[in-house]
Design a protein around this ligand. Structure first.
Ligand code: SAH
Length: 215
């Protein structure tokens, strides 16, 4: 069976139209999402539903985000080609692929071993390789590659991790859902070494960003 058939492409086009009708206006983001075969990031039992605006269970009890959420978070990042982007919570690797499709240099961290391995394999297979992919704790960021132009957190964080603020470049943007049971989406713009401007963008539901747990 072909990896990405005309049928998949047709459904993907419809999903892009749906995202546009739900208010996603950044055509670069929509074009990037139109390039990524989402059905290959989820279990084949969900294949027929892969291009609906739905979240699905992935390995290790985690969840692939709704396409709308991926589009919304990506839009808030204002990605420019060549930028260094740190992603916390690789999960399936779908969001990673969308950032790679936008021409970013992506550095991504996942704390679940089987998801780290799954995402690494699929991203290589479909030729959307991040610059650097690691298994570890996102609260630490990746100091050896800092500063990052942008940081995207795709798990619900109880608060803003300090190390991530430090690793954000001046002028950089972090997009992060904050809250325990449910989250609100925030952007944090780093104006200066200790000066940040925060904006809130509505309610979302993510799996938790886990802290101080054995890997
Ligand atoms: N962007 C992903 C969403 C995955 S859900 C996708 O498109 O599929 C969030 C992911 O964050 C989960 O895989 C979870 O294991 C991971 N995660 C939670 N806490 C983390 C931490 N402290 N460091 C790194 N990853 C974490």
């Amino acid at each position: 069976m072909a990896l990405d058939t005309l049928k998949h492409k047709g459904k993907r086009n419809k999903l892009i139209q749906l995202l546009r009708s739900k208010g996603i206006g950044d055509e670069m983001v929509l074009e990037a999402m139109n390039q990524v075969p989402r059905h290959l990031f989820i279990d084949s039992i969900f294949e027929d539903l892969a291009y609906e605006d739905k979240a699905f269970p992935i390995l290790s009890g985690q969840t692939i985000s709704h396409p709308y959420t991926v589009a919304f978070q990506t839009q808030l990042l204002h990605v420019q080609r060549g930028e260094k982007i740190l992603e916390i919570g690789t999960g399936s690797g779908y969001q990673t692929a969308v950032l790679v499709a936008l021409g970013a240099q992506v550095f991504t961290i996942e704390r679940q071993k089987e998801l780290f391995e799954f995402s690494k394999k699929i991203l290589k297979k479909i030729h959307f390789p991040p610059k650097y992919q690691t298994f570890g704790d996102g609260y630490q960021g990746i100091s050896c590659f800092a500063p990052f132009d942008k940081i995207i957190v795709t798990a619900g964080a109880p608060n803003v991790p300090k190390m991530l603020l430090q690793q954000l470049a001046i002028g950089g943007i972090m997009v992060i859902p904050i809250g325990d049971e449910a989250q609100k989406m925030y952007t944090i713009l780093k104006l200066d070494i200790n000066t940040f401007e925060t904006m809130e963008f509505g309610d979302y539901q993510f799996v938790p960003m886990l802290e101080n747990k054995e890997l």
